[in-house]
Design a protein around this ligand. Structure first.
Ligand code: HEM
Length: 267
């Protein structure tokens, strides 16, 4: 239909005539936009949040290790694994008990750590963040302690080199757990958050350590890996798996801080 023309714009003409007339193209545009907005809002409601997708993917990837760790931990605590596991020593029941309990608490800790980092969970339920955090501190202290007891009193597969790296890893977990808790009690939230990240990254490093071996084996067929864990790759891994990720985290902290400063300076 040809549009009536009175020498002015369509909107003007509309008000002249006193009707709620709108140019069909404008109307079509608005209607389409409205449908788009309504649809995307509707879809967004049913689409899982990105953090939820990330957590599910991470848990699926970690499932094998968590099952192995919790399963072996429980088996060592309730069954006689003499000759079945190198970590089981019937002549040292206390160290054996602590070591297998360490595997179980470590498995729980591995599931707790990512949940503690998600801002959306923290905002939705402060209560969950607090209780999960407290449990993480206790499990973290115990897991670190168990590993240190085993490494220093019985010795690791990789000998003195790995005894020292494992003990250092345990001490770092210990420090991170204490600092995270202490700074939360002191309500120093920024520092608390940073130490919380350090604790979680250290915890997740235990799973990453195993992942490195899996990936390395696929890539190189296990070059530099020996049964007594003294090969070049084993040596690199002994320190690299936790110090490497801690270093990356510190670099990220510096980068985030300088970005914030630049943003503030720009106003
Ligand atoms: C954070 C989560 C942790 C989990 C889930 C975990 C789990 C395990 C498991 C399952 C083993 C048996 C080896 C295997 O089957 O792979 C093990 C061994 C060991 N863990 Fe942990 N662990 C954790 C943290 C730590 C920490 C913080 C230390 C610190 C000292 C530590 C020190 C050790 C040592 C020394 C061994 C014996 C290694 C060997 O001699 O081959 N672990 N751990």
């Amino acid at each position: 239909m040809p549009e009536p023309y009175c020498g002015r714009s369509y909107v003007e003409r509309c008000s002249i005539q006193g009707t709620s007339w709108t140019h069909p193209q404008t109307l079509a545009g608005k209607g389409f936009d409205m449908i788009q907005i309504t649809l995307s809002n509707g879809l967004r409601r049913f689409m899982p949040a990105r953090w939820l997708v990330a957590i599910v993917v991470l848990f699926v990837l970690m499932a094998g290790f968590v099952r192995h760790s919790a399963g072996l931990g429980i088996a060592g605590l309730i069954r006689d694994l003499n000759g079945l596991s190198p970590f089981y020593a019937a002549d040292a029941p206390w160290i054996t008990g602590i070591m297998f309990l360490h595997m179980f608490t470590g498995a729980v800790l591995t599931l707790q750590a990512p949940l503690q980092l998600v801002g959306a969970i923290r905002r939705r339920s402060r209560r969950f963040h607090r209780w999960n955090g407290r449990a993480m501190i206790i499990f973290g202290l115990f897991t670190g302690f168990g590993g240190i007891v085993y490494a220093t009193l019985r010795g690791t597969t990789g000998g003195l080199f790995m005894d020292i790296s494992s003990t250092s890893y345990g001490i770092l977990i210990f420090i991170a757990a204490v600092q995270t808790y202490r700074l939360a009690r002191a309500k120093k939230w920024k520092q608390h958050e940073r130490w919380g990240w350090r604790l979680s990254v250290l915890v997740i490093s235990s799973w990453l350590y195993r992942m490195h071996y899996v990936i390395w084996d696929r890539l190189t067929g296990g070059w530099g890996v020996t049964p007594d864990m003294t090969g070049p790759f084993d040596r690199f891994q002994a320190w690299g798996y936790f110090l490497g990720y801690l270093l990356l985290l510190e670099i990220y902290f510096i980068y985030a801080q300088s970005r914030k400063k630049r943003g503030l300076a720009r106003g």
